[in-house]
Design a binder for this molecule. Structure first.
Ligand SMILES: [Zn+2]
Length: 260
């Protein structure tokens, strides 16, 4: 298994103690859609663990394929999504370019180009999650006897979203011990989070083994990191922000050009 190929500087965060680690100076800005990070065209060089080779004799691979792979879980339109969170969570620094409507990874310490262009980077938290795709899109509820349709993916959170999630936890509960529902704010900017079931449905329905199999390929956090902030080179970021290939010079070393 390859480890830390793309972003060795990324820190794996303990979701439960996240706020303590980061301090209280949390950014309240939540308007940006983190999805942009996922839409950035893939770099020419792909990390080895994403080589597109599939083992079809592997049960979890088949599950993954039938559920559409490792997806970002988020509500669309007025829909409510119902999820459970799992370890690990990762934290990445990103920038948002209003002009380009793109989220890009902070290049520090490799380069400060992004910070100079776009100001201070912000934290994005990605957490492994299981979605109950069979749940009601109105309220996230599960009907007795219906297939809950478990899907593996991840949820992205801003620091302020994480803070509000922690605030809504019932006494004695942890972020991982309950089911959550997520829906878009009526303003369309940002999301709301609430405890859906104090005991997760996958436990009530005795689907713990299935959940374990679904999340197993993602527990190392490698894919999670890549999805939360797709690794980009300095050149790729410059290209994205300027819309044209950067001029060659001392500040644009040739070695970066191979990723163009
Ligand atoms: Zn930066």
């Amino acid at each position: 298994m390859t480890q830390n190929l793309a972003t060795p500087e990324a820190v794996e965060v303990d979701f439960d103690t996240f706020e303590k680690v980061l301090g209280k100076n949390a950014c309240t800005e939540e308007s940006e859609d983190f999805d942009q990070a996922v839409k950035i065209p893939p770099p020419a060089k792909r990390p080895k663990d994403d080589d597109g080779l599939l083992d079809l004799s592997d049960e979890s691979t088949l599950d993954k394929l039938s559920s559409g792979g490792f997806l970002r879980i988020r509500p669309e339109g007025q829909n409510v999504v119902s999820v459970a969170f799992f370890k690990p969570a990762v934290q990445e620094k990103t920038h948002y370019s209003q002009e380009r409507n793109k989220t890009i990874p902070c290049l520090q310490p490799k380069s400060d180009y992004c910070c100079k262009q776009l100001g201070e980077a912000r934290d994005v938290i990605g957490v492994l999650a299981i979605q109950y795709a069979g749940a009601s899109t109105k309220d996230g509820g599960l009907k007795k006897g219906n297939d809950p349709e478990l899907r593996v993916g991840y949820v992205t959170l801003s620091r302020s979203a994480l803070a509000s999630i922690r605030k809504s936890l019932p006494e004695g509960a942890s972020l991982y011990s309950t089911d959550w529902k997520i829906w878009k704010r009526s303003s369309g900017i940002g999301y709301e989070y609430a405890v859906q079931r104090v005991t997760p449905a996958y436990k009530t329905l005795n689907l713990e083994k299935q959940v374990e199999e679904l999340i197993a390929p993602y527990k190392d956090g490698v894919k999670l990191r890549q999805r939360v902030a797709k690794p980009m080179s300095v050149t790729e970021v410059k290209l994205l922000l300027t819309g044209e290939p950067p001029e060659l010079g001392e500040r644009n070393p040739l070695e970066d050009m191979e990723t163009l």
